[in-house]
Design a protein around this ligand. Structure first.
Ligand code: IPE
Ligand code: IPE
Ligand code: MG
Length: 260
């Protein structure tokens, strides 16, 4: 009951703020790529006297709404941090719950996401994930491979340092095989060996829940992203909060080291 009433209040709050906020958004200056660290599920649950798993479940609901909003806004790329290389340190039971939620989510949402022309791209080292999760992730990737709408990167067993090391290894192997010379390595070539090859870098990084750190996320790609922090926990994040972040982003002066 508690959860239901909460969902309703979130829904209505969302709808109330949305038209007003939408007016503040310049549709011609949207971020091409939005990256999100979906954080605060545990604290959200704790604040309501619920188990952490309830927070993760509510967080999944938020994700569905945010994907929908990105499709509506015609944002090109959305990257979400779902499980880091460090999250294995959590109790086994919590890891299992998170992995099961991925399976459940994809089974439920894949058809609709495919219909919406979304291209699902799991990023990270999927090897150590449970077989069932891998199966659903590969199915989602293959089913939506040729879709031309929103690119949805979902970072799982992802670590920015690991990604950079793997890119360095791949390049090193090409050099060893004499397919490349060390001197040929450029920033573009290097970026082409990352999971996000061919995609624009994130323009906007959103971290809810009040933490001010990047927790090993997209270390290379975030070089010139605009950061947006909010104390709102991820399960309470919604379309209105996304619009607020975008409105804030549009006020920034991006100088890239130059002058305004
Ligand atoms: C984010 O919420 C979800 C994952 C890291 C998988 P947390 O579980 O980190 O929530 P807090 O930070 O403990 O509140
Ligand atoms: C980052 O959140 C990882 C994900 C959201 C998947 P964490 O909650 O794991 O990060 P720290 O421990 O606060 O840095
Ligand atoms: Mg956290």
């Amino acid at each position: 009951m508690l959860k239901f009433s909460h969902l309703f209040s979130r829904f209505f709050k969302d709808k109330e703020d949305e038209p007003e906020l939408l007016k503040q958004i310049d549709r011609t200056k949207l971020p091409q790529h939005v990256a999100i660290i979906m954080d605060g599920n545990g604290r959200w649950a704790q604040s309501k006297g619920l188990p952490r798993s309830a927070g993760h479940r509510a967080g999944v609901e938020t994700l569905r709404n945010i994907i929908e909003a990105c499709v509506e806004l015609e944002i090109k790329v959305l990257t979400v941090y779902a499980f880091s290389t460090e999250n294995w340190k959590r109790p086994e039971a919590e890891v299992r719950i998170l992995m099961n939620l991925i399976v459940e989510y994809l089974r439920k949402e894949l058809d609709e996401m495919h219909r919406q022309n979304i291209s699902i791209r799991p990023i990270g080292n999927l090897g150590p994930l449970p077989e069932e999760a891998k199966k659903e992730l590969f199915r989602a990737r293959e089913t939506t491979r040729n879709n031309t709408g929103l690119i949805f990167n979902v970072a799982l067993n992802y670590g920015g340092r690991k990604e950079i090391v793997e890119a360095a290894k791949a390049i090193g192997a090409k050099i060893e095989a004499k397919k490349m010379r060390a001197d040929d390595i450029t920033e573009d070539i290097f970026a082409g060996h990352l999971f996000t090859a061919g995609q624009p870098d994130p323009d906007l990084l959103i971290r809810p829940s009040g933490e001010l750190r990047i927790s090993n996320y997209l270390l290379w790609q975030l070089a010139y992203a605009e950061f947006y922090y909010t104390g709102v926990y991820w399960p309470d994040f919604n379309k209105a909060e996304l619009l607020k972040a975008i409105a804030d982003f549009q006020k920034r002066s991006r100088r890239y080291g130059g002058l305004a």
